[in-house]
Design a protein around this ligand. Structure first.
Ligand SMILES: [Zn+2]
Ligand SMILES: [Zn+2]
Ligand SMILES: [Zn+2]
Length: 266
């Protein structure tokens, strides 16, 4: 279904963990690295599918990301979950409301949407205001396939510590950010992939995140053609960590654009 697009790609807007890299006040090797791939904004990707633009999550760095990568319209926003590093840029959809003269379609689970309503209570305050507020058109999904911007997405439930959050499969690509475990039923939805994004926070175990080693096991199990690790902390220096990975596995970095669909592997 993505084959219909002349151009289809995943653009990494942010590959960092919740505090970003560099972390404020940290003087470690990665936080002070001159390698631009060690500068990681908070996690988000933009799908460029022909003229369609689908954003997954609005990180606290969303405004910066939109300016850096020249995002000039958004057809839909999909949310993985409501942790601060995935939603706090929501207010910055207002310029898209102005330019597109309408509401932005939002896709989220009921739990994520409820948390967005709590966190951004002013957005849903219906009393008259002299200020602008984001204008949103919410669509709540369960685990059934959804159609956003005319494109089919399959929500993939994954464990994030004790909670359940969502990744998304679209065509032969899937984006899974924060997760500590992938349930059997979700693994079954991730077979035959060209591109698979996985959480790989660091090397040491973490209660809510997958590590590089755990995600390598997921890659061995699911055998995607290409895997990209994201949500990376300052424990991982890009160049030396990337050199140790199998040839079909890469660390994502901000600005990485991966062609998908018609011409995989290009
Ligand atoms: Zn996160
Ligand atoms: Zn550091
Ligand atoms: Zn999270």
């Amino acid at each position: 279904m993505l084959e219909e697009f002349e151009h289809a790609s995943i653009l990494v807007l942010g590959s960092g963990t919740s505090v970003g890299v560099p972390m404020i006040g940290c003087h470690c090797k990665v936080c002070t690295s001159p390698d631009p791939r060690d500068k990681r904004l908070r996690p988000s990707v933009l799908l460029r599918l022909g003229e369609k633009r689908v954003l997954i999550d609005t990180s606290p760095d969303f405004r910066h990301q939109a300016l850096r990568f020249g995002i000039d319209h958004i057809d839909a926003i999909l949310y993985t979950h409501a942790h601060a590093d995935h939603i706090l840029g929501l207010d910055d959809v207002r310029p898209f409301n102005f330019m597109q003269k309408g509401e932005i379609p939002i896709y989220a689970s009921a739990e994520t949407w409820a948390a967005i309503e709590r966190t951004f209570s002013y957005v849903f305050d219906t009393s008259p205001t002299q200020s602008s507020r984001p204008r949103l058109d919410p669509h709540i999904f369960k685990n059934e396939p959804i159609c956003a911007a005319g494109i089919a997405f399959i929500p993939i439930p994954v464990s994030h510590g004790k909670g359940t959050v969502h990744g998304f499969r679209f065509g032969d690509s899937a984006y899974l950010t924060d997760h500590s475990d992938i349930p059997e039923a979700s693994l079954e939805k991730l077979t035959g992939l060209d591109v698979l994004f996985l959480d790989a926070l660091r090397h040491n175990p973490h209660p809510t995140h997958s590590t590089v080693e755990e995600s390598l096991k997921t890659v061995s199990l699911l055998q995607p053609k290409r895997a990209f690790f994201t949500h990376i902390s300052h424990d991982i220096p890009h160049a030396t960590a990337e050199a140790k990975l199998p040839s079909n596995v890469h660390l994502a970095y901000d600005g990485l654009e991966i062609p998908i669909g018609r011409s995989p592997g290009v």
